[in-house]
Design a protein around this ligand. Structure first.
Ligand SMILES: *[C@@H]1O[C@H](CO)[C@@H](O)[C@H](O)[C@H]1NC(C)=O
Ligand SMILES: *[C@@H]1O[C@H](CO)[C@@H](O)[C@H](O)[C@H]1NC(C)=O
Ligand SMILES: *[C@@H]1O[C@H](CO)[C@@H](O)[C@H](O)[C@H]1NC(C)=O
Length: 459
C-alpha cells in the first residue's frame, strides 16, 4: 500500500483532485451542469447554441417563425399524446361550450357582464376580456381589470351536471370532437420556438388524504405542456404538475410512432410523438405510469397522483391554434378568428370562487379546503419564460429547472418496470425504517428539497 502511494505519479494525483473538485461542484451546485436556461447569459448556451430571447425582444433579425402568425408543421408533428386515466371522471372539453354554463361575477358576486342561462344570452368567449366597465357593489361605475372576476356556474357543480364531465377520446384515433386543445406558439428568437399545448378540463378532482377527501377541488382546470424546439428539432419537454412540473430532455421521454398528418390527411411518413400521462382527477402531467408523490412542502402525509395507460388523447386532431409575441395573440385559422382572441386576455378565474366556509358543500381539513378558486387561463402561465419552468417553488431559491435525462419512475401497483427509468426519492423515503425516522426525515427535508436533490442525481 505504502509503496504504491509513493509511486503514484504527480499528474494522476492532480487528476484525482480535479475529479474530486468536480464531484464537489456537482454535489453543491447541481444546477450548474445541466440547466442551460437559468439566464440569458448562461455559458452553456453561449458556447453551444444561441440564447433564447424573451418574446418582446425578438425582432426581424432574430425571428424563428416566418411568417410570424404561422404554426410550423414540426410543432404539430411533435404534439404530445396524452394517456388519460382509465377511470377518469372529468374528461377534456371545449372552452367555447364550457363558458355558456357561467355568469361572470366579481369577488362580491356582482354580475360583470349581463348574461342569462342558455338559450337566451349565454356567456360567450368574446365576453371574456382583459377589463370590464360595470357598476360595483357600492354603486360606483368603474373600469376594472378582469383579474378578480370569477366564472360562476349557473348549475350546482357539486351535483356533476353533464357539462362538467367533458368528453372521452374516440377509441383508436384519440380524437375528441368536443374537446379541442389550445396551442400557443411563442417565438423565442435565434431558431428557438416554444409550443405550449393547453389541456382544458371542466373540473379538477383533488386528492384524498388518508382515505378522506377529495380536497382542493375546483371548477375549470388548465394544464399544459411545453415542447421547446431549436431550428425545428424538439430539444426539451416540460409538463405541468403540482409544485412546478417537470422538465426532460426530449429524447428522454417515451415516444409513440404515428403517421404524420398534413392538412388533416394521413401521409405515409412516420413521426415519433412524445407521450404524457394525465393523473386521475387532478390532470397533472407525468412522463410515466404509477403513483407520483406531490412535492408539496409541509405535507407529510402521502399525497399522490395516479397515472395509467387509459384512453389516449391526440390533441393534434382538434385544437385552437395561436401565436403569441408577448403582447399580441394572433389566430392561426378561421375557427380561431370566429371565437375571437379576447378570451386569451381574460386574466380572471375559469371557475367558481372558493365556496365560503358556511356553504354546506364546503369542508375543511387541516391545510386544505374541499372547494378552492378556479384557475387562471393560458396567458397567465408565463409563456415568455426562458427557463423551462414557469415559476419556482419558494425553496428553489437558485431557480434551477434541470431537464432530466431519465424518466422519473412512478411507484405503486400501476408502475411499470422499465430499464430506461431512473429512481426517485420517494423510494428512498419509503425504505426508511422505523417509520418515526421516516417522518422525521420528511419533516427535515420538507418533502421537497431532498426529493429535488435526489431527482437530480438519479435523473
Ligand atoms: C438578433 O440577431 C442579431 C444577428 O444574429 C444579433 O446581432 C442581435 O444582437 C440579436 N438581437 C438580440 C436582441 O439578441
Ligand atoms: C367603491 O369601491 C371601489 C373599489 O373597492 C373604490 O375604488 C370606490 O372608491 C368605492 N366607491 C364608493 C362610492 O365608495
Ligand atoms: C378600460 O381600461 C382599459 C385599460 O386599463 C382600456 O383599454 C379600456 O378601453 C377601458 N374600457 C372602457 C370601456 O373604458
Amino acid at each position: 500500500m505504502q509503496s504504491m502511494m509513493h509511486q503514484l505519479p504527480m499528474h494522476l494525483l492532480l487528476n484525482y483532485l480535479l475529479s474530486f473538485a468536480h464531484l464537489c461542484a456537482a454535489v453543491f451546485v447541481p444546477w450548474a451542469d445541466d440547466d442551460p436556461f437559468v439566464g440569458l447569459d448562461s455559458p452553456v448556451i453561449d458556447t453551444v447554441l444561441p440564447p433564447l430571447l424573451p418574446p418582446n425582444k425578438v425582432d426581424d433579425s432574430n425571428r424563428s417563425l416566418r411568417p410570424k402568425d404561422q404554426i410550423p408543421d414540426y410543432v404539430v408533428d411533435k404534439c404530445p399524446l396524452v394517456h388519460l386515466y382509465s377511470e377518469e371522471k372529468y374528461w377534456p372539453s371545449d372552452i367555447a361550450e364550457y363558458v355558456t354554463h357561467f355568469s361572470l361575477r366579481d369577488s362580491d358576486g356582482v354580475s360583470v357582464v349581463p348574461s342569462v342561462k342558455p338559450p337566451q344570452r349565454p356567456l360567450s368567449p368574446s365576453d371574456l376580456r382583459s377589463s370590464y366597465k360595470y357598476t360595483m357593489a357600492n354603486g360606483t361605475l368603474a373600469n376594472i381589470s378582469s383579474t378578480n372576476t370569477f366564472m360562476t356556474s349557473l348549475d350546482d357543480f357539486d351535483k356533476d351536471p353533464k357539462w362538467l364531465l367533458g368528453f372521452r377520446p374516440e377509441y383508436g384515433t384519440g380524437h375528441i370532437k368536443d374537446g379541442p386543445a389550445v396551442l400557443v406558439v411563442v417565438d423565442k428568437g435565434n431558431g428557438w420556438v416554444d409550443a405550449f399545448w393547453f389541456y382544458f378540463y371542466p373540473f379538477n378532482l383533488g386528492p384524498f388524504i388518508m382515505g378522506n377527501g377529495p380536497w382542493g377541488n375546483h371548477v375549470g382546470d388548465w394544464e399544459h405542456s411545453l415542447v421547446r424546439f431549436y431550428r425545428g428539432e424538439p430539444m426539451y419537454i416540460w409538463m405541468s404538475a403540482h409544485g412546478g412540473g417537470s422538465a426532460y430532455k426530449f429524447e428522454a421521454v417515451e415516444k409513440v410512432k404515428k403517421l404524420r398528418r398534413r392538412n388533416g390527411k394521413l401521409t405515409p411518413q412516420i413521426v415519433e410523438r412524445p407521450l404524457l400521462f394525465s393523473a386521475r382527477g387532478t390532470h397533472a402531467n407525468y412522463a410515466s405510469v404509477g403513483q407520483h408523490a406531490h412535492d408539496v412542502p409541509f405535507f407529510f402525509m402521502p399525497l399522490s397522483d395516479f397515472t395509467d395507460r387509459g384512453p389516449m388523447w391526440d390533441p393534434s386532431l382538434n385544437f385552437y391554434g395561436y401565436t403569441f409575441d408577448g403582447q399580441q395573440v394572433l389566430p392561426a385559422g378561421d375557427r380561431e378568428r370566429e371565437i375571437g382572441v379576447s378570451w386569451l386576455y381574460f386574466s380572471g378565474h375559469w371557475g367558481d370562487k372558493q365556496l365560503p366556509w358556511n356553504d354546506p358543500r364546503q369542508k375543511w381539513c387541516p391545510a386544505q379546503w374541499k372547494y378552492i378558486n378556479g384557475p387562471t387561463g393560458p396567458l397567465r402561465k408565463n409563456l415568455g419564460r426562458i427557463s423551462l419552468c414557469p415559476h419556482f417553488v419558494w425553496w428553489n431559491f437558485w431557480k434551477g429547472c434541470p431537464a432530466r435525462r431519465l424518466i422519473k419512475k412512478g411507484e405503486g401497483l400501476d408502475a411499470e418496470k422499465n430499464d430506461l427509468m431512473g429512481d426517485n426519492c420517494g423510494i428512498l423515503l419509503y425504505k426508511v425504517r422505523p417509520s418515526w425516522l421516516r417522518s422525521l426525515l420528511r419533516l427535515l427535508t420538507w418533502r421537497g428539497i431532498l426529493c429535488f436533490v435526489m431527482d437530480y442525481f438519479t435523473g
